[in-house]
Design a protein around this ligand. Structure first.
Ligand code: C2O
Ligand code: CU
Length: 512
């Protein structure tokens, strides 16, 4: 009897301890889930400006860049060297720059001890050159994609896209910008590093001096850090010497959605979105950017000014575990005592996307939920969508979850025709390749598949919250010629050299 009683007491005690411990853990998770760094960041380091990548132009006019993926150590302000990855250096990568019409080639060599890939986010190019999970580069290998740049001036970027490992590779530091110029010479600030700046924003979590890539129990979106780096700089300030600066803002974070505004609530002009200049500048005081999205903003500064770029909670219906309640100090702008004059912002910038009157050859319903699209989880050997060359389609994309997602598609820039049940806001009136979709909302996108057909190499579409993407919230589409059968997708096992050597291969436009 006494033994039985003891047993009961022991079991009850254990249950109480386990339940209590779990409750305490949940309470602790809640209390630590919100991050607030407003007023707590010492802006004591000059913003690092990534160098422009060197390139050579051969007799045929092909512009060639070299990128090497490598491991190294970086001072991220943690009082010790942080182990990081970078392109041509220890962390992040140089800014590639090319002009519309140019043939470019990039020799990408992998000096890591893991297989990776490099994807040109936002670039219109042949699928075999796209750098998605099928274009694997093994350790020691080199991949040399080449294509003709043919799209409007824009701020694009490049980052790894290895199957299931994208979050880790980007988080460690593999990311850089790719700026495209064109002949549309609008009067905007345009001198790189003087009045035109890349602003690559990434949040990091640390464990001591090392990057922490674990995420909390409820952080299904992935890693959310309490340190925001801009171009890899912790606590950055930027000395402004002109009346206006153009900031090419890229959310290069794994999971975090930012709502950018200034601490003095000043208005600024949004002049470009993912795929290039907006039809006209949009004056705003806040702008939401989800992972992978870009916006170019022009900020007007007064002599001796100080203003801090911050992020405030992106949504009204808050979820602590997706960073939705966080408030962050990001970058301080410091106006010089005297400022050089800048041109006024033009009222017309570029032609608006023009697919509204195209005949629509297919309307597709895509839904995002957990780690599945309506086609299931990402499968390297399954083609989910076959689109036809020289046709326009409507993609109705729904976030059927209670958590935020976004949607990115390779190869094309799309026109947003409906956003959350209404016409798109003015900041979404330009070309886009990535779009935020709030919980239980949907968007209607119109896109044209032009120039490049390849029935055997797929492009990707996916959520750009990298953990979601890695877990399977991604699908594959091919662009095939009308009537052309779609072959099986060849999954390369270990390929060191994917692309051919002649700049004309892979250009389906020349193949007919
Ligand atoms: Cu920025 Cu499919 O990627
Ligand atoms: Cu997602």
């Amino acid at each position: 009897m006494r033994t039985a009683l003891r047993l009961v007491v022991a079991v009850v005690t254990m249950v109480v301890l386990v339940v209590g411990g779990f409750a305490a853990y949940i309470a602790w998770s809640f209390s630590t889930a919100s991050i607030d760094t407003i007023g707590k960041v010492d802006f004591d380091r000059p913003l690092v400006i990534p160098p422009l990548a060197k390139s050579t132009v051969d007799a045929k006019g092909v512009r060639t860049f070299d990128l090497s993926m490598q491991a190294g150590e970086t001072d991220l302000g943690r009082g010790g060297a942080t182990r990081t990855w970078g392109f041509n250096g220890a962390f992040l990568g140089p800014t590639l720059r090319a002009t519309r019409g140019e043939q470019v080639r990039v020799n990408v060599s992998n000096r890591l001890d893991e297989t990776s890939t490099v994807h040109w986010h936002g670039m219109h190019l042949p699928a075999a050159m796209d750098g998605g999970p099928h274009q694997a580069i093994n350790p020691g290998g080199t991949w040399s994609p080449h294509w003709q740049v043919d799209q409007p001036a824009a701020t694009l970027w490049y980052h790894p896209h290895p199957h299931g490992e994208t979050a880790k590779h980007v988080y460690r530091g593999l990311a850089g910008m790719f700026i495209i110029d064109d002949a549309n010479d609008v009067a905007l600030p345009k001198t790189y590093g003087l009045d035109d700046f890349p602003i690559l924003v990434q949040d990091k979590a640390f464990d001591g001096s090392q990057l922490d890539d674990t995420h909390g129990l409820f952080q299904s979106a992935g890693i959310l850090g309490d340190t925001v780096l801009v171009n890899g700089t912790p606590g950055p300030f930027l000395d402004v010497v002109t009346e206006r600066v153009r900031l090419r803002v890229l959310n290069g974070s794994n999971a975090r959605v930012y709502r950018f505004h200034f601490d003095d609530n000043r208005a600024y002009a949004v002049v470009a979105s993912d795929g290039g200049l907006l039809p006209r500048p949009v004056e705003t005081r806040e702008l939401l950017l989800s992972p992978g999205e870009r916006a170019e903003i022009v900020v007007t500064v007064r002599p001796g000014d100080r203003t801090v770029l911050q992020s405030t909670p992106p949504f009204v219906d808050t979820n602590r575990f997706t960073g939705d309640t966080d408030r962050l100090d990001i970058l301080e702008l410091r106006g010089a005592a005297t400022l050089r004059p800048s041109p006024a912002i033009p009222s017309d910038l570029a032609p608006a996307p023009d697919l509204s009157d195209d005949p629509v050859s297919a309307t597709r319903e895509i839904s995002l939920s957990g780690s599945n699209t309506n086609f299931g989880k990402m499968d390297m050997e399954r083609v989910d969508v076959v689109s036809r060359l020289d046709t326009t389609e409507v993609w109705d994309v729904t976030n059927s979850d209670g958590q935020a997602h976004n949607f990115h598609i390779h190869d094309v820039q799309f026109q947003v025709t409906r956003y959350a049940g209404g016409p798109p806001p003015a900041v979404l009136a330009g070309w886009k390749d990535t779009i935020f979709i709030a919980p239980n909302e949907s968007v209607e996108l119109r896109m044209r598949f032009a120039d490049f057909a390849d029935a055997n190499n797929p492009y990707m579409f996916h959520c750009h919250l990298l953990r979601h993407e890695d877990q399977g919230l991604m699908g594959q589409f091919v662009v095939a010629r009308p009537g052309e059968a779609v072959g099986g997708i060849h999954v390369p096992g270990h390929v060191d050299h994917v692309a051919g050597s002649e700049p004309s291969d892979g250009h389906a436009r020349h193949a007919d």
